[in-house]
Design a protein around this ligand. Sequence first.
Ligand SMILES: [Zn+2]
Length: 731
Amino acid sequence: MSTIDRRSFLLLTSASLTSLPAKSFLSFGQANAPSRLLWYSTMRRCGQINYNEHDPLTMEAEGWGDYWASLKVDAVLLNGGGILAFYPTQVPYHRRSQFLGSRDLFGDLVAAMKRRGIRVVARMDCNLAYEDALKAHPEWFERNPDGSPRPHAESPWLFATCMFSTYFPQQMPAIYREINQRYPVDGFFTNGWPSTGAPRVCHCENCRHLYEKLGGEPPTETDATNPLYRKYYLAHLDRVLEIWRLWDSVARERSPESVYVGNLGGGLDTVKDLKEISHTAAWFNADHQGRSGETPIWNCAQQGRVAQSVMQGRTITNVAGAYSNAQPVWRHVSKAPAELTLWLAQTTASGMVPWFHWLGGSPEDNRWREVGRSFFTWLAANETHFRNRSSIADLAVLYPQRTVAFYSRPESHRPRYRGGPVDYLQGLYYALLEGRFLFDFVHEGNLDATNLKKYRALLLPNTAYLSNAQCEVVRQYVRGGGSLLATFESSRYNEWGDARPDFQLADVFGVHATGEVIGPQANSYARIEQPHPVLQGFNGTVLLPAAESRVPVKSDSPLALSIVPSYPTFPPEMVYPRTPRTTEHAAVFREAGKSRIAYFAGDLDRTCWRSGNADLSQLLQNAVKWVQGDDPVVSISGDGIIEAFAWETEPGYALHLLNYTNPNMTHGAIRHTYALGPQQVRFRVSRGGSIKSVRSLRSSANLSFQQQSDIVSFEVPGIADYEVISLVANR
Ligand SMILES: [Zn+2]
């Protein structure tokens, strides 16, 4: 099969692929021998000291061993080499730290960790090398169109290496093998590779040969409208997977329990196909260390949801940067403790393993140490409650990988109505937080009947790019009684962005597109034409704000919410509607059998995120509530902006509550916690399940509770920054 055929095949048969066995078990000997869990699949805490070239002069190994042992970590990441070796390497062009002297810093640290029973993963860097390597192996390096190498912006004595060269399949494995032979390491990790960002375009000889095979040079910007880009996107992914598999096999030469882990992550915004990478990755490391600018505090939990959507219970770590990684960045001072703790808390709440990260082996700022220690020792003391079996959320938000990757890129020919690629998802997410809903992300590569079965409703935040097969899964889900919420251009394009004349899901939405997108326009409205549960709570008005952009649609459904077209906002004398009433649907709400379907023609989600308008969030919340139906699996009432996760765990259940109520919620850093008062919880356990105790793990208190059939009710007296309620089952 050609590459493209194979990809289409993968898209079409995602149902069968999701049932692949998890790579978490290792079988010893014959087929029927008992298998046991691999070490990284049960890892709960992880640390990293990221030392530098100068550190061999001053860094002391035993003190670091004591520190990481005090955090009760299962594994520590230690810098082995790649750019620079921290041990006396013999591999040509693997440069030793100029301050290494006769020291073996890596070896000292590995020994210090092993003496304390801590696993070691060698942290490597495959992305850069020195000029002597460039001279000896010019073919290893990335090139600009004029043939010049690509020096690092801040450290221009280092040059970018090319993934398509022999540096990746030969030089890096030579280094891994040397480390494997000399040190008892448990795995390898590469900094910065492969990442989830856009594939880079290189002009080295190897890459030029590749482009000849593909039929020409791909565009440098992400542009899925270009057939060459499509081919390059797939070829690039194939190479990533080929290298990942090779490095994993080299790691396992030392022991079948060893592992290679790549670097992924970056929150909601991903270009590389995470679903494809997850088939190869035994362990997903999300390198989402902190936030900057206007990034909301919940961005870490979003990262957790994205990673869960492909790993589905297999190992995910997230790197929490203890240093001040805002914009601008400070590598050698601590982040505010309250911000760092809430980042660690989100990592844990969303089902990832925290990986606590500091830079520099001889810190002058040591404030971060206690933040990690107090959080990690608390985790260790309550470890069993963090062993999750599955999420019990009953709402699914589709993680629209290809829409996120391609829809609004490249920026240079982005149609004006398309916002940033994740604004739609951000807007829906904000409404879900405000409405205190419990939900999971389902990756579009995992759209199948089995994965959707547990959810009452599927939410499509402008899932513009969907294949015919994916649309068919949604159609069958709704036919089978599932409910649906969709916005704007959902299903208007195929998986590569080729436009369709109408929504592929027109029959499911109950609407047809009648033209091209209108907008963006301020000052347009939606008129409430008749009562509907989604339109409740807007007492005192018949006008609601409308989305900035909309698809003009027609529908046979009764007119519940109509469009009032945009009119001038200035000067005030001119501010009146020229067409105060139309029969154009702003939304369609319909029921088919047991299913409820809500479709919004506007980019309500994105407009909600951009404007912060309360009515738009309320409208989204009402729609989610309506498609979800009565008696959600968990309801939490009380004041505050919280995010909740509920997991079935080994002892029973755990409800994680993150308190985001803070003036620094959308502009960091959180420096103080504003505690919330009592929260009333109704929690549905599995049928016939009986709960023997309910306990708040952060405040260390037993809570009184009542159970009536499968509903457990209790009050959480308060939430400081983070609370975890364990419900222990009678078994
Ligand atoms: Zn190249």
